[in-house]
Design a protein around this ligand. Sequence first.
Ligand code: J9N
Length: 485
Amino acid sequence: MRLDVITIFPDYLRALDLSLIGRAAGEGLIDLRVHDLRDWARDRHRTVDDTPLGGGAGMVMKPDVWGEALDEVLALPADAAAARESAAGRGRRVLVVPTPAGRVFTQRTAEDLARADHLVFACGRYEGIDARVAEHYRAAGIEVAELSIGDYVLSGGEAAALVMIEAIARLRPGVLGNPDSVVEESHGASGLLEQEVYTRPVAWRGLDVSRAWPALLSGDHARVARQRRNRAIARTIARRPDMIERLRPDTLDAADRAALARGGWAVPDGAAGPVELVVRPAVGADLADLVDLAARTFPDACPSFLTAEQIARHVAAHLTPGRFARWLADPRAVVTVAALGRDAETRAGRVGASELIGYSAVLVERNDDDGAPPVGLDPRPEGVTVPPAPDGGAGLAAELSKVYVDARLRGSGAAAALLAGAVRDAAARGVTALWLGTDGANRRAQRAYRRAGFVGAGSRTYDVGGRTCRDIVMVLNPQEAAGEY
Ligand code: J9N
C-alpha cells in the first residue's frame, strides 16, 4: 500500500516512524511518503493560504497550490479529461481530506480504505481548503473522501491523518503481529464494545477478579466466552446505547437477548433491532391495562387440552379488576410491569403507545393482621423448602404468580427482564424461596425459568376453569441469585 501525506508540517507525521507503521514501512509492507505543501507554492514567501471570499475570520488554503501538489502526487495531468483517463484502470486510489465537516471515519471506513492501493492525505490547516479542490478531483474521476475523525475541531488535518493511517495500516496483512486481535475488538463485526480485560495479579488493591468474575478462572471456555459476551453487552448498554439500537436481531441468540433484557432492552418480533424496555412497579393507573393484558396472555400459557370456555371461566374468576386492585394495594403483592420505551413504540411499529407488554406478580407468604394470606396465593407445594435468611434468621417463601408476556414479544427478552426484576424485588423483601408452578407441557416457560436460575422442585395439580392440570414446580433462592449477569 502506498501512502502519501501532503502537509505544511511534515515533522508532525514523524510520529508514524515510531509505531507499528514505522516497522511496516521498514519491512516494505507500507510505502509512506510525506510531502511539504510549500514546495508547490510559487511566490517567495511560499504562500499557501489567502483570506476567505466574502470576508470573515481565518484563512483558506489556495486551490492553485493544492492543485499543483496533488497533480504531482497523484501523477495526474492538470487537464480534467486526461486525468480521468489516467485515473481509470490502475489500482484503487483515494484522496482523503480530513475535515470536521466530513463524513465520520469509523472502523467500517478503515476496513474499506485498507483495501485501497494508494491513499493520498491532503492535510488542511486554518479554515479549510478551497472547496473547488475536492470538486475538481472528483470531476477528474478520483475517489475523494472528506472525512472527520469525530465531532470536535482540530487546528489542522495532520492529527486526523495520523489517526486514520494508524487505524487503516493495522488492518493490512502482516502489519499487526497477531491478526486475532483485529477480529475480536471494539467496533468489530459484533457491533459491541469489547468487555473489560484483566491480568495477574488476580487480587490487586482489594479488587479480586476471582470474586467478581469467577467464570474467568474456571477454565471452562464456553462459560468464559458467554460471560465475556454478557459483559460486552452490559458495557455497551451503559456506554453506547446507540450501538445497541443498531444490533441486528439475526446476530442475537437467546442468551444475548436475556443479557440485553437484564439491561433494559428487548428484541420484539419483527423489529429492526433492540428497543428500550421499561420494567417498573405497577401503579394504580395501570389497572385497566393490566386486566386486559392478563386476559390476553393467560391463554398462551395454558395446556392445549383446555377449552376456550374453561380458560374464560378461569380468567373471569381470578384475573379480575378486583383481584389486581387488591394486589396493587397490598404490600405483600409485588406487581411489576414491562412496557416498551417511548422511542421504542414507534420503532417496534406494532405495539401501541403506553401499552403494557408484560407483567409479573410476586406474592409473599405472610399473613395480614386478620391472619389472611395475600389474595390469589396458592398453597405452597410440598417440594418447596424455605432456607434460612443469609443472617441465619427465618426464611420467607413467596409465589411467583408469574411472568406473562404478550405473544408479540415472545423471545424478545422481555420475560427475562421481568423475571430478573421479580427476583430482585423478592430478594429485597427478604424472600429465600421464590417458587412457581407452570404447565408441565410448556417447555418454553420451563426453559426460561431454568435460565433465570430456577430448579425443579416436584409438581402440583392446578385447577383451570374446573379442569385439573399438572404443573411443574420450580424454586429459586433470590438471596443467592446474583447470577452471572
Ligand atoms: N474531525 C476533525 C477533523 C478536523 C480538521 S481541522 C483541519 C483539518 C481537519 N478537526 N476535527
